[in-house]
Design a protein around this ligand. Structure first.
Ligand SMILES: [Zn+2]
Length: 339
């Protein structure tokens, strides 16, 4: 299974928070021979192996997006952001709206400099200033395109490899975690694990860890590892200390973040395995949070293992391909070693 190809396919699949169905379908299609379980809220999981430790790996299927809120008489669409967007990355871009009949493209444009006063150009744009233009003149035409309020939308994506070393695209957060989970599954199908491994793909992480909360309330494990991204601090502004992990420096043990400190026992275990096997890992105390916090609060021993990513939550999230490969190596070792 080609690791970049599978990541690219997952990134390309539509799935904003609350609308994860296409990602679930994609995962099922990639492994038709595997029996997956879907819970009441839409988390997907599968368990492989038996006996030993009960280990879960969790990655979230959802990503940032928009919801169409209102169609103006002149055909322009109003929308609301879903998840932690930075409005500065949203305009002058192509949008994709997912309708029952497939994807319809539009644009989020700004008033051009030729028509703007200096004060207008210096002002920070607010969400209320923005709208989507799908190339029509009236709300009647919008209706004919099957576009109605509450449909989900996302920005159009590119997938670029820089210098043969870095992958750049929107949605590494957290399709790279979803891909790692699938690569683990692929591995276990050829080589049954000695422990009981449950792979989980959660919903609505970006809107408050809702899927992980629901899943953790109903399932029990000895160890939970969430596979996610973390903001890398190797940027030219001299604020590395704010998030001291760098792209290319290895997978990150995210010991503490906004929600609190994760399992020290799991941190020591993972760190020990990495040292013994000479896999470079980074440790970090940072902001934000992950599904591991929801698992922890439900009483499960958990810790996030993350891929460092530059420009998080933008269209150009950037990761080192070596970090991605090393994360997979580390995860496989976690499954084979004993605490
Ligand atoms: Zn995120």
């Amino acid at each position: 299974m080609d690791k970049i190809q599978i990541l690219n396919e997952l990134v390309d699949t539509f799935g904003i928070s609350g609308f994860e169905e296409p990602v679930r379908d994609k995962i099922r299609k990639l492994f038709p021979q595997v029996e997956f379980k879907e819970d009441e809220v839409g988390n997907l999981s599968t368990t492989i192996g038996s006996g030993g430790r009960q280990i879960a790996f969790m990655a979230h299927m959802d990503e940032l997006g928009f919801l169409i809120t209102y169609v103006e008489k002149n055909g322009y669409l109003r929308f609301k952001p879903i998840g932690g967007w930075d409005v500065r990355g949203v305009y002058n871009r192509v949008v994709e709206i997912l309708t029952d009949q497939g994807i319809i493209q539009g644009v989020i444009g700004l008033k051009p400099p030729h028509l703007s006063k200096k004060e207008e150009m210096d002002k920070l744009i607010s969400w209320d200033d923005l709208y989507i233009d799908v190339g029509v003149e009236s709300d009647e035409e919008v209706k004919k395109m099957n576009i109605i309020p509450v449909l989900p939308a996302r920005l159009k994506k590119d997938f670029v490899i820089l210098n043969e070393k870095y992958g750049v695209t929107r949605g590494l957060d957290d399709r790279v975690g979803c891909a790692l989970n699938l690569l683990l599954l692929d591995n276990f199908l050829h080589n049954l694990p000695k422990n009981t491994i449950t792979l989980v793909w959660t919903i609505q992480e970006e809107t408050g860890l809702r899927g992980a909360q629901a899943f953790s309330a109903r399932n029990s494990f000895d160890e939970v590892y969430t596979l996610d991204t973390v903001s890398a601090g190797n940027l030219p502004w001299g604020n590395f200390h704010q998030s001291p992990a760098r792209t290319g420096g290895g997978p990150v043990i995210r010991l503490a973040d906004r929600k609190g400190v994760s399992s020290l026992r799991l941190r020591n275990f993972v760190k020990g395995i990495a040292e013994k096997n000479k896999i470079e890992v980074q440790e970090i105390v940072t902001g934000g949070t992950t599904d591991a916090a929801a698992a922890f609060e439900a009483g499960l021993n958990s810790i996030p293992l993350c891929i460092p990513v530059k420009y998080t939550h933008s269209q150009v999230e950037m990761m080192s391909i070596a970090d991605y490969h090393n994360a997979l190596k580390l995860l496989l070792l976690i499954c084979r070693n004993y605490i």
